[in-house]
Design a protein around this ligand. Structure first.
Ligand code: ADP
Length: 257
């Protein structure tokens, strides 16, 4: 155990040292449990799709399976494999982003055509679900220093969440504006929203609101923690406003060039 202390008054140097050691040991303990929880979650997340794949593969080996069921089970297997693939991609990203010296390749860019293009690329997917995707862009350039691919990854992720958590007939808006010395990107949806009590936690790894409900939507709860890390590497901030049953808005602020 890390709990040790010296019977010396906190006034002198040894006392101070003792204080620091105690604080450090507390931190270490916290870090250790966090890492253990993290590994436990990863194993669980990896195991679930594998269980599916195994189970349906077993069923498919039986000769009595009807053709239409066969197709359905193959689809389940495919979906579970896709989920594993995404999860491993996220984990890889996360471990890379955790390194002290992350390579992010910042270059000057104008956010206006960038956001316009992202919206155009995503339109189709939104239309398929009967969700209206609009953008709202200023008429003058909004220049920032950013890693184009990383930023695209963040926006895609937020758009994908907006699509996932918004029912048919809803709308999603991506807005770009300038605020004093910052560029502001807002991704606003008319979806299911996030309860107040859950809001502070959504940035945590593997965190999903009401786990069982979110499980129907797929996703491992890594997207937002990765997004946060990427935006922080750009010296920006990412925040959220949400009302349950009304909708959610994610706000990204990046320093202007
Ligand atoms: P996931 O892969 O589960 O979507 P994220 O890290 O991207 O993981 O998001 C964490 C959780 O935050 C989600 O499981 C969901 O419960 C909630 N969430 C994220 N975006 C939205 C949104 N636009 N509307 C409602 N809930 C959201």
């Amino acid at each position: 155990d890390y709990n040790f202390s010296l019977p010396i008054s906190a006034r002198d140097e040894i006392g101070e040292l003792n204080q620091s050691i105690m604080e450090l040991s507390g931190e270490l303990k916290h870090y250790r449990t966090e890492r253990e929880e993290f590994l436990a979650e990863i194993s669980h997340e990896l195991r679930t799709p594998i269980t599916y794949i195994r189970g349906y593969a077993d069923v498919l080996q039986q000769t009595s399976v009807k053709d239409e069921d066969r197709r359905k089970y193959l689809r389940f297997i495919r979906e579970a494999a896709d989920r594993l693939h995404r999860l491993i991609g996220d984990l890889y990203d996360m471990s890379k982003l955790d390194q002290v010296k992350v390579q992010i390749d910042k270059q000057e860019m104008d956010l206006v055509p960038f956001i316009r293009q992202m919206r155009e690329e995503q339109m189709e997917r939104f239309m398929e679900k009967g969700i209206d995707l609009q953008d709202d862009l200023p008429s003058t350039p909004v220049r920032v220093q950013a890693d184009r691919n990383r930023l695209a990854q963040v926006i895609m992720n937020l758009l994908e969440n907006a699509r996932k958590y918004t029912p048919e007939g809803g709308s999603v808006r991506i807005r770009l504006s300038k605020e004093q010395r910052e560029a502001l990107i807002q991704i606003q949806d008319t979806g299911i929203g996030i309860p107040d009590s859950e809001l502070p936690h959504i940035w945590r790894r593997f965190y999903r609101v009401e786990k069982s409900r979110s499980r129907d939507y797929g996703g491992a709860g890594l997207g937002l923690s990765i997004a946060k890390r990427i935006i922080e590497l750009h010296d920006g901030t990412i925040t959220v406003n949400s009302k349950e049953g009304i909708g959610t808005t994610f706000l990204i602020r990046l320093p202007l060039e």
